[in-house]
Design a protein around this ligand. Structure first.
Ligand code: ZN
Length: 489
């Protein structure tokens, strides 16, 4: 139910606004164990849409799903030195089971490279067994100290793809293919524009050769890493003895990739599209695309208007329709609640389109569509709805992406920038800054120390500036890479 207290505005306190939207739109709630969250139906419905769409994309590119256990022998984590160093501080370790102390403690997976590659080692003998292209949908636990609903929680839901290939180049191609899938999903479904590129050595995944990432800019001008794809090289296959006999008959170690996106994307969606009225869900991800609010005074009017609303829902939302023609429609038939209160409630929950139907609309065989993004009201003849609704929703989908891209670009700085101007930018408005980097970890660390900004990625060619920056932002030496800097979640 809507409560009447106004939301904190984004301008007043972005962080408070975010928490209020997540709680009041009933996306999630705090759980008894600190740092855990309950994902409520409104939030889980968005996650389910994300899952279904991504799962189709993975399967269309040859991947299959499997499931590996939650519990991993602690010794497995320790085998890859960088990996254990990266994850040790966040591990949840089970020491007792069935009332007894375990001989070897087991960890709750923080990620599944170790268990999965140890199994692949059993399954792979020859090049004919490759590639393996497996994904799993799962929960993982990382014992984080500072948590935020969806953005950083002790336990979160994600997918993790784990592949094994015969050559470095095949693994690299896979890593890049998945990055492309993530980018397409984020832009075309989440309406969230991203920059893709390579992570610096200090920011890459623990145990990877190379990490690529999708980076989005939130409305408070902080970056959100929304998905990563890693070329793991042969690091894990050497540790877990994942070998195969090549075509030439040589024993070789396989090449691995891993890649994931998580429920963090729901937080990214809130911070990309939400406004001072609440959440905005892009139509393609909305569990409810269209809410019908009936308007009536008398019982007779109520019966007529509700009857028409349910007929529309049955016609346009029938499960018998093919999925691409089926609209996800909800009729708000709640009693004792004024239409205005219902509007407020659905705006808070971010449903893209509201259809108002009153007695006068019925008489004219029309309804009034109200867009969540612009508030624009469009009268639509009932007879045209089957064609008009998808067109309107797709228009909104495009408009949301355009608006998000325009906002990001307006908060992005390119071209020569002095160190003082950079500092002022990071102390002030924030945003993305494209600037040169000499490649030295010391410069990267100094920038982070002094401004909290990090290298979000070394952008892919289509995002790079021309001309390329000539000098390093920090030390003034000649630049080896263009880097995108920002403060980040
Ligand atoms: Zn430098």
């Amino acid at each position: 139910m809507a409560d009447d207290k106004k939301l904190t505005t984004r301008a007043a306190d972005f962080s408070a606004w975010y928490n209020e939207v997540v709680l009041r739109a009933e996306l999630a709630d705090y759980a008894p164990v600190r740092g855990c969250m309950v994902i409520r139906p409104n939030g889980y419905g968005i996650w389910e849409r994300m899952q279904r769409i991504l799962d189709d994309m993975f399967k269309a590119t040859g991947h299959v799903n499997a499931y590996f256990p939650l519990l991993i022998p602690q010794s497995y984590l320790a085998r890859e030195a960088q990996h254990v160093e990266g994850f040790a501080p966040e591990l949840a370790v089970v020491t007792h089971g069935g009332g007894k102390e375990l001989e070897e403690p087991v960890v709750i997976r923080p990620t599944s490279e170790t268990i999965i590659y140890s199994m692949y080692a059993k399954w792979v003998q020859s090049y004919r067994d490759l590639p393996i292209l497996i994904n799993q949908w799962a929960n993982v636990v990382r014992w984080e100290m500072r948590t935020r609903l969806f953005l950083r929680t002790l336990e979160f839901l994600w997918q993790e793809g784990h592949t094994a290939h015969a050559t470095h180049d095949e693994a690299e191609e896979e890593t890049r293919r998945i990055l492309g899938i993530y980018r397409t999903f984020m832009e075309q479904y989440m309406a969230m524009p991203v920059i893709t590129g390579l992570k610096s050595e200090s920011e890459k995944f623990a145990g990877a050769l190379r990490t690529y990432a999708c980076e989005a800019l939130m409305q408070d001008n902080k970056a959100l890493q929304a998905g990563t794809s890693h070329n793991l090289g042969q690091n894990f296959s050497r540790v877990f003895d994942l070998r195969f006999q090549s075509v030439e008959g040589r024993e070789e170690f396989a090449w691995n990739t891993s890649w994931g996106v998580s429920t963090r994307m729901v937080g990214g969606l809130v911070m990309t599209h939400g406004d001072d009225k609440g959440l905005q869900v892009p139509p393609r991800l909305a569990p409810i695309e269209v809410v019908i609010v009936p308007i009536f005074r008398s019982d007779d009017e109520r019966a007529a208007v509700l009857g028409a609303a349910h007929r529309l829902r049955d016609e346009l939302g029938s499960w018998e329709l093919p999925e691409n023609r089926r609209r996800r429609i909800h009729v708000d038939a709640r009693e004792g609640m004024k239409p205005g209160a219902k509007y407020y409630d659905w705006e808070l929950r971010g449903v893209p389109l509201r259809l108002e139907i009153g007695p006068r609309d019925l008489a004219a065989s029309q309804c009034v569509a109200v867009r969540r993004d612009t508030g624009a009201k469009v009268p639509l003849p009932m007879a045209d709805l089957a064609a008009a609704l998808p067109a309107l929703l797709e228009q909104m989908q495009r408009d949301l992406l355009d608006a998000a891209r325009a906002r990001r670009d307006a908060n992005t700085v390119r071209g020569p920038i002095t160190w003082d101007a950079f500092r002022a930018r990071m102390d002030g408005p924030g945003g993305f800054v494209y600037a040169g980097w000499c490649g030295a970890a010391a410069c990267e660390a100094a920038v982070k120390e002094e401004t909290k900004a990090t290298i979000r990625c070394l952008p892919d060619p289509e995002f790079q500036s021309t001309p390329a920056p000539a000098t390093c932002l920090k030390c003034g030496a000649s630049s080896r890479h263009e880097a995108v800097w920002a403060k980040a979640y």
